[in-house]
Design a binder for this molecule. Structure first.
Ligand code: ADQ
Length: 483
């Protein structure tokens, strides 16, 4: 019987080692949730890195970790500290991540990192090839594994391979600057189906294949090495019920059940009955437009001084990739901006920005989503952005306003949000005012339409649609094989 193999850089498990004690828990991220139903159905294997470098393991812990991984229907790819430095922090996060998000000035092109990227993609391929059989369906995820589809296809042509990119695919003018552009395109073209979040990313990829590899394309199909490869867009959804139900339960919490964060949020509201709260949540990443957001909030408070003491920005930033220099600079810039603005506007009873630099448990995320009148999601570039969708899903009373950057993939499906250009502070300030003053019936009209859409196109549906499309390419492979 054929099986399904899912491959991502990290396994959907959090593995902690403390004094030879192993603690394993499932990951809570969108990808892990979305693929859960696929992973639990029939025979399936998830391949990825455990998060522990080989040097972290010893003769006693290694077999125990491997047994835990196997118990969860997963297999791990052994990575050394050197691999993590050069493949993950190096090529993935200092080359591909900035380049694909249009941050050319942050992009480094280092041969040593490229060599490591190829080596680690080959390590992933070795584990896949040990486990894959003809007829299997293989789904490869994201920018860390762009070469993997080709490495698998060359050795196992009778498997059907899908590849999904979670970040933007840049336009030809940006992608052409990349020294290893042909190799990476060829790597991706090992897949039978290549999926993106939006039609624009799909279009950019087709254009690069035509212009850099001189391939024939027909609508959304590419002819390559006697194969037909399908390119399509699959906008990722969220687990709508999980967020909606959590928010509904949350609204029933008694005073004693409330978290400390919730009590602080309530205090702000009781301080003035006109007080309003604006929320922003992201990983601390330069693509998320955090400095711009703070500066445009400052501009807003200056332009509309009547809002001083009436509104507060609650900014949650999750630590991320903190050993990459640009992330350290961003942390410093954010700390300084928050300090400057709080210093400039604060009164004895009011600070304009509450800034949290940490990861919060799910219940606290729900506290924030449900307490804030406006969500200000203003990345300068973002593949999709699930926070925007999660905010809308938690608005059980159908109130609240989403201010969303047009540079986020999510903007393509969320036309009822107030869309802004995050570089235009004038536009952001005016839109923020409009959001804070929006009548309840208009809020409801906008939120309800977005909720309907999110309810229909969940992350599970996203995974199913990708698989259905991948399985239809399998029929094409079978026809070609039988000819
Ligand atoms: P990310 O860049 O990580 O994902 P996003 O899509 O917003 O961005 O997902 C973040 C997730 O982390 C959300 O599910 C959110 O709930 C969670 N989260 C955020 N802050 C948190 C906190 N403080 N504590 C706990 N959890 C928190 C990449 C791409 C995106 C794309 C996704 C999925 O960069 O563009 O949408 O993959 O494909």
């Amino acid at each position: 019987m054929s099986k399904t193999i899912i491959i991502s850089n990290r396994l959907p498990l959090q593995i902690k080692l403390e004094e030879n004690e192993i603690n394993v828990s499932p990951s809570v991220g969108g990808l892990a949730t979305g693929m859960k139903s696929v992973h639990e159905e029939g025979e399936s294997l998830w391949i990825g890195w455990s998060g522990l470098a080989e040097e972290d393991l010893n003769e006693e812990t290694k077999p125990k970790v491997l047994a835990e991984i196997q118990k969860n229907h997963c297999a791990t790819v052994p990575l050394t500290e050197n691999d993590v430095d050069h493949f993950y922090y190096g090529f993935s996060n200092k080359t591909l991540w900035p380049l694909f998000h249009y941050f050319l000035e942050y992009t480094s092109f280092e041969n040593e990192n490229w060599e490591s990227y190829k080596r680690v993609n080959q390590k992933f391929a070795d584990v896949v090839l040990e486990n894959a059989e003809d007829g299997d369906t293989i789904w490869v995820h994201d920018y860390q594994l762009l070469l993997l589809p080709q490495y698998i296809k060359q050795k196992k042509p009778d498997t059907s391979i899908g590849f999904f990119l979670h970040i933007p695919f840049p336009s030809y003018e940006v992608f052409r600057t990349f020294p290893w552009r042909e190799e990476v395109l060829e790597g991706m073209l090992g897949a039978d189906l290549i999926g993106f979040h939006t039609y624009d990313y799909e279009r950019h990829f087709l254009s690069c294949a035509r212009r850099l590899l001189h391939l024939d394309t027909n609508f959304n199909e590419i002819s390559y090495n006697d194969r037909i490869i399908k390119i399509d867009s699959f906008p990722m959804g969220i687990d709508f019920d999980k967020f909606y139900n959590a928010a509904r339960e949350h609204s029933k919490n008694s005073e004693t059940e409330k978290s400390d964060i919730q009590k602080k949020l309530d205090d702000h509201l009781y301080a003035s009955n006109e007080a309003q709260m604006i929320l922003s949540i992201d990983r601390l990443d330069y693509t998320k437009g955090i400095p711009n957001r703070i500066k445009s909030f400052e501009y807003f408070l200056e332009k509309y001084p009547e809002y001083q003491q009436k509104v507060r920005l609650i900014m949650l930033a999750v630590p991320s990739r903190s050993n990459v220099p640009q992330y350290q600079l961003l942390k410093r810039e954010t700390d300084e901006l928050v300090g400057r603005i709080n210093g400039k506007f604060s009164t004895v009873s009011w600070t304009p920005i509450w800034y949290f630099y940490r990861s919060l448990p799910f219940d606290n995320l729900i506290d924030l989503y449900t307490s804030c009148d406006v969500a200000m999601i203003t990345p300068v570039r973002d593949g999709m952005n699930l926070v925007a969708k999660e905010y809308v899903a938690t608005r059980v009373n159908q109130d609240g306003v989403l201010v969303l950057s047009e540079m986020a993939g999510a903007a393509k499906e969320m036309n009822e949000a107030l869309l802004i250009n995050p570089n235009n502070f004038e536009d952001v300030a005016k839109t923020l005012k409009m959001a804070l003053e929006m009548p309840k019936d208009e809020q409801k009209a906008r939120i309800s339409v977005m909720q309907e859409r999110l309810k229909r196109y969940t992350v599970e549906k996203w995974a199913q649609e990708f698989f259905t499309a991948l399985n239809s390419t399998k029929d094409v492979i079978n026809t070609l094989v039988s000819k």
